[in-house]
Design a protein around this ligand. Structure first.
Ligand SMILES: Cc1cc2nc3c(=O)[nH]c(=O)nc-3n(C[C@H](O)[C@H](O)[C@H](O)COP(=O)(O)OP(=O)(O)OC[C@H]3O[C@@H](n4cnc5c(N)ncnc54)[C@H](O)[C@@H]3O)c2cc1C
Ligand SMILES: Cc1cc2nc3c(=O)[nH]c(=O)nc-3n(C[C@H](O)[C@H](O)[C@H](O)COP(=O)(O)O)c2cc1C
Length: 763
């Protein structure tokens, strides 16, 4: 087969090598516009894992590359006058130029033709003379643009500015991040050694800082001198150098995130950066390019037709590319939002940086550097007031809200049971909440407990609007307090337009088959075409509902609850005041967000006035309506939280969605946690994270990175009331208290967990 590789970067060269290795009879030519030793950029990094795949594909080139590797295990972070070092990260670096020269040699050795200083004007024309064109023409691929109708590229230009520089200063002991506060704001560098005397030094900052420095109008030389001044303390008198002669101006770039709907068209296939990019902060662009080249060569050898090979190549590589791009997105977003984290203590800042892509979990960090992680855990426990020398996972750190002390950070999230009779909790609730309180979570939240019969979602919802309800709840609260050391929080709410619907396991949110009651809301909205249109609330209605909340809070106080949560999420009454999707009022309760918050805040203030001063109140919000700019977006949630914080709400329970049938949520592990992170770190308010958090590792990393103060788990607690005690047993933590009648079960579980870890102790 006659094959052209358009582009002599890692993707083009490694394609040529991999194809020749599988079938030397192929006639392969690499076309490169530059000279053999021309190259932009400085060094590239590989993780140890990356290199195994490459070594298996071609031991010869791998060996040659390896001989030129600079290795390091440590990551050092300079931040607020401290240098924090963690180890076990296992990276290697090589000069991009050396890498290309070695790949060129190997490709030639295997019989590929290399044509340098050859500009290819059109991949389409090339495709007429060759059976296969591998378009590896890089980030700004002309081929991708020429055939945009076929490849359907999506290119997202990211916010930050960066420039790829080099220096003779040594960074040979660690991959180094340097965060510097300047007169114009924060600027940071990613620095790593790649050969005996040169290191890559990528400088990055926000667009506004970049503008204030005037980088836009500087020459490359002026830009280097300015960066030298910023990082003077770390450069030991060495200069910063640019070799971006192929770029105009000061050579600063915005990273483009590239993804294409398809990677092949007729006999042309995209490879490397042309097909998909991964942000430099996860150091995987070259890895992606080389691994894709291996995959393409495999299928070219195994499949009967080009089209079959393309299909298999895409199939095999797309998931991996998306996985890496998702990690890269997390990482680049962390750098874009870094100013949010610049108030953090250096320990937490470092943890947040190391776990930014969410590929490195809490326990994975322990495998990398146990000492460092234990130091961080001890810091977390100390801050939480657990004593000076306690080393335990963050999920087992105490927490305090007003006078309520929680033994750990795990919360049973509110979950409707639909088992009440006329609003009254039954024995089901006693057993259900009792079990969860015995199961180890520090705080158990009740389901949405409704302030009036019309405020219920379904006929099975619990209420707090009669003396009988108060008595039934008191029985449950008394059990929790007498038999366990958990705290119990009553979630109070009103269903609004989402009321008068069927039980959760019948047809969720659908109207009752018979016996519907009238519903009300801020505006005359209907949840769906099938649901009744709500009556718009008058001021008299608003007064009445406020008094119902107050009465319910008084009953909850008498029942002995430790905490209240006001449900302002998920499209129920108070949530429907907050979101513009369902609040069309033209009075002081509609319009601007400040106005839409008036009524929920009025309810909070009225409830706060009767709720015991020593007990906390939280508010649950939907931090994203998931409908784009029409609805609440995360930045609005920050403003909402600020208003709650100013009103005296103790903690914000950050949920999302369920406010509109038009919502298009993006699900995934811990998918709502970024909203909690943003609120907590931009406002300083305490938060609870919730949503698809199910592993102890998730909980620990959320807490340790400062993305929330408490973590709510809902469905995991339906499946296993003892989630926390089991997590502790599995992790080898022996510090969580079990109910005495269950000691024998505990001991067996500990034995079966087989952990060799000692019980947590004061050391
Ligand atoms: C600041 C920065 C830091 C990075 N750091 C790392 C890192 O540490 N680790 C890592 O793995 N990756 C890193 N990358 C990414 C990495 O450089 C790319 O992902 C990788 O080079 C992709 O290889 P490629 O062959 O697809 O593209 P390229 O390396 O861009 O190669 C494309 C080649 O095609 C040639 N070409 C283009 N058009 C034509 C034409 N019409 N005719 C002839 N020739 C043409 C170009 O001259 C070029 O040589 C970094 C990127 C940046 C921007
Ligand atoms: C059966 C069930 C009932 C729920 N009822 C409530 C509720 O009454 N109040 C509330 O705020 N959230 C309620 N939720 C939402 C959960 O509290 C939680 O936010 C959501 O399930 C995501 O967490 P998870 O991924 O851990 O399940 C309910 C969830 C489930 C599964």
């Amino acid at each position: 087969m006659k094959i052209a590789c358009l582009g002599g970067g890692p993707a083009g060269l490694y394609s040529a090598i991999s194809i020749k290795l599988r079938d030397a009879a192929h006639d392969v030519t690499v076309f490169e516009r530059n000279r053999p030793d021309d190259t932009f950029g400085w060094g590239v990094v590989f993780s140890n894992e990356t290199f195994d795949n490459i070594a298996a594909n071609d031991p010869a080139s791998a060996q040659a590359i390896r001989e030129h590797f600079a290795y390091w295990d440590d990551i050092a972070v300079h931040y607020r006058g401290q240098r924090i070092v963690s180890t076990g990260h296992g990276f290697s670096g090589i000069a991009r130029k050396t890498l290309l020269l070695l790949l060129q040699e190997r490709a030639k050795e295997l019989g590929a033709r290399l044509r340098f200083q050859t500009e290819i004007a059109s991949a389409g024309e090339l495709a007429k003379d060759y059976d296969l064109v591998i378009a590896a023409d890089g980030l700004n691929s002309k081929t991708r643009n020429d055939f945009a109708h076929a490849f359907k590229p999506a290119i997202e230009t990211r916010k930050n500015k960066f420039v790829w520089l080099g220096t003779r200063q040594k960074f040979d002991d660690a991959f180094t991040f340097i965060f510097e506060e300047t007169e114009h704001g924060w600027v940071w560098a990613h620095a790593y050694q790649f050969d005996a005397d040169t290191a890559t030094f990528i400088v990055e900052c926000s667009e506004s800082v970049w503008r204030k420095f005037g980088f836009a109008t500087m020459s490359q030389d002026e830009s280097c001198r300015t960066c030298e001044r910023i990082f003077e303390r770390y450069l030991g008198g060495h200069r910063l150098m640019s070799n971006a002669t192929h770029l105009r101006g000061s050579a600063w770039l915005n990273f483009p995130r590239v993804l294409c709907e398809t990677w092949s068209h007729d006999n042309i296939v995209l490879m490397g950066d042309a097909a998909a990019t991964a942000h430099f902060s996860v150091g995987s662009g070259t890895k992606l390019a080389m691994e894709s080249a291996i995959s393409m060569a495999d299928y070219l050898a195994s499949e009967p037709t080009l089209q079959a090979a393309f299909a298999k190549y895409e199939d095999a590589r797309r998931t991996e590319v998306l996985r890496l791009q998702s990690a890269a997105r997390n990482s680049l977003e962390w750098f874009e939002d870094v100013e949010r984290y610049l108030h953090l203590d250096p320990v937490q800042f470092n943890y947040s940086l190391l776990t930014r892509s969410q590929r490195i979990s809490h326990e994975n960090l322990r495998l990398r550097d146990r000492d460092w992680l234990e130091g961080a855990e001890a810091w977390f426990q100390r801050l939480a007031g657990a004593g000076d020398n306690t080393i335990r996972r963050p999920m087992f750190a105490p927490f305090r809200l007003r006078d309520m002390r929680l033994k750990n950070r795990v919360v049973v999230s509110p979950m409707a049971q639909y088992k009440a009779v006329d609003g009254c909790p039954t024995d089901w609730h006693l057993v259900h909440y009792g079990e969860r309180a015995k199961g180890g979570a520090a705080l158990v939240c009740t389901e949405m407990t409704c302030v009036s019969p019309e405020g219920r979602i379904t006929p099975g919802c619990t209420g707090m609007y009669s003396a009988e309800h108060e008595r039934a709840w008191k029985r449950i609260v008394d059990f929790v307090h007498t038999e366990t050391d958990a705290k119990i929080c009553c979630q109070l709410g009103h269903s609004g337009a989402k009321g008068s619907t069927q039980l959760g396991w019948e047809e969720m949110d659908a109207p009752l088959k018979s016996g519907n009651w009238t519903v009300m809301a801020p505006s005359p909205v209907a949840w769906s075409e099938r649901n009744q249109r709500a009556r718009a609330m008058t001021r008299a209605d608003m007064d009445r509902v406020r008094e119902e909340f107050v009465a319910a809070a008084e009953m909850a106080a008498r029942a002995g609850f430790d905490m209240l949560e006001i449900h302002c999420a998920h499209g129920y009454l108070l949530s429907s005041f907050i979101t513009p999707l369902t609040n069309w009022r033209t009075d002081q309760y509609g319009g601007l967000l400040e106005n839409r918050m008036h009524y929920p805040l009025e309810i909070f203030e009225a409830v706060r006035a009767v709720w015991p001063a020593e007990k906390p109140i939280s508010v649950r919000i939907s931090a994203n309506d998931w409908v784009g700019t029409e609805g609440i977006e995360p930045q609005d949630a920050v403003r909402i939280s600020r208003m709650l914080q100013e009103a005296g709400v103790d903690i914000c329970d950050v949920s999302a969605g369920q406010t509109s049938l038009q919502a298009r949520p993006v699900y995934g592990r811990m998918f709502q946690t970024p909203f909690s992170d943003r609120i907590r770190n931009e406002t300083g308010m305490a938060t609870m994270a919730v949503g698809n958090i199910y592993e102890p590792d998730h909980v620990n990393s959320i807490l340790m990175a400062g993305r929330a103060d408490l973590v709510c788990l809902a469905r995991p607690h339906l499946a296993n009331p003892y989630w926390t005690l089991h997590a502790a047993a599995k992790l080898g933590d022996r510090g969580e208290a079990w109910p005495p009648p269950y000691y024998a079960g505990r001991d067996q579980l500990y034995r079966l967990a087989g952990s060799t870890e000692p019980a947590p102790s004061a050391v």
